[in-house]
Design a protein around this ligand. Structure first.
Ligand code: DAH
Length: 340
């Protein structure tokens, strides 16, 4: 029996030396350790026929050999695994020090930048942001804003109508009405959003554009509060040196109404092409809320007053960045957009 064992050890060693692949190792493992016909398994089955005096020693030797075979086969397999890995690394090598492909980073649109800046200035004054629908009724877009039935702004040539009383809002002012309907003063809000007008596109007109509406309502708000707020805003947005001028104007929803001008940023007031030699550039419309509007929303005009304003975002962006064609903001030419 001992002789058999020694012979088996020898054949195993020589066969192991010849096994150069994982497949060969698996075959060898099966030949020696296979549960039914493995050579070691069979030898162990013969164990019963061994005389009792030899059993102890032989048992030990058999177990040692079996453990040895398991270990040696595993080692051989590990070596092969390492070798294949090394081979793979040396043939298809990856240089991990090479820089990766950079993905282009997106960034805010110039109109978003301007809108955010307007918002943050009014935030600092305690204003909050309100939102409203872009599809409006004639009631909110015109009537409740005290814009009479025969006003030219209601004309089909100026407004996109879906039906008699449904339209694409032509300004963000309807959000004033919606906000005042659901909340009582004191109110300090701005409403940024998209508006639509039936204009043919050209350097200063786009049928789609953005506005930021503003509204402050409280007891004892004066024209001085209005002027002070507007001046603070325009100086913060453009520069401390900016001069602000109020010209009388007309809007149905404000009384008195004003058109605001700022000193021309390009010539500092001495006159140039941008300001058409006047030294002033018109920026937006505003005024003290007309008591008629308060009556529409159920706020007592005897107790409360306020002011409102409507800022054109494109106009501000054009002035701030010196852009001379409004359509640049809508053509999505990356050469233009990447500059901001
Ligand atoms: N809604 C006006 C427009 O689109 C702008 C405007 C003017 C808004 C005066 C106001 C305001 O709130 O008081 O032309």
């Amino acid at each position: 029996m001992f002789d058999k064992l020694n012979a088996l050890k020898e054949t195993f060693n020589s066969e192991l030396a010849k096994s150069k692949s994982k497949v060969q190792l698996t075959i060898l493992k099966d030949q020696y350790l296979g549960r039914k016909k493995g050579k070691i398994t069979l030898l162990m089955k013969d164990f019963k026929s061994v005389p009792a005096s030899e059993r102890k020693e032989l048992g030990k030797a058999l177990n040692q050999f079996k453990a040895e075979v398991v270990r040696v086969l595993q080692d051989a397999e590990d070596v092969l695994t390492d070798q294949t890995l090394e081979q793979q690394l040396s043939t298809n090598s990856i240089d991990i020090t090479l820089p990766g492909n950079r993905r282009p980073l997106g960034h805010p649109h110039p109109l978003a930048l301007v809108r955010q800046e307007i918002e943050s200035i009014f935030h600092s004054l305690g204003y909050s942001v309100e939102d409203g629908p872009e599809i409006e009724t004639t009631y909110y877009n015109f009537e409740a804003l005290n814009i009479p039935e025969d006003h030219p702004a209601r004309d089909e040539g100026d407004t996109f109508y879906f039906s008699n009383n449904l339209l694409l809002r032509t300004h963000t002012s309807p959000v004033q009405i919606r906000t005042m309907e659901r909340s009582q003063p004191p109110l300090r809000i701005i409403c940024p959003g998209t508006v639509y007008r039936r204009d043919n596109p050209d350097a200063t007109h786009s049928p789609v554009f953005q506005q930021v509406e503003g509204l402050a309502v409280d007891e004892k708000i004066t024209f001085r509060d209005f002027k002070g707020t507007m001046e603070f805003f325009l100086k913060s947005f453009f520069s401390e040196k900016t001069l602000v001028r109020f010209r009388p104007s007309y809007f149905g929803f404000t009384e008195p109404s004003a058109e605001l001008d700022i000193s021309c940023r390009f010539c500092s007031g001495s006159g140039c092409r941008v300001c058409k030699m006047t030294g002033w550039v018109e920026v937006f419309g505003a005024g003290m809320v007309d008591p008629a509007v308060f009556n529409f929303v159920g706020i007592d005009p005897e107790k409360y007053n306020g002011f409102a304003f409507g800022i054109g975002v494109e106009r501000f962006a054009m002035m701030k960045y010196g852009v001379d064609n409004i359509l640049n903001f809508y053509q999505n030419d990356l050469r233009f957009l990447r500059q901001f």
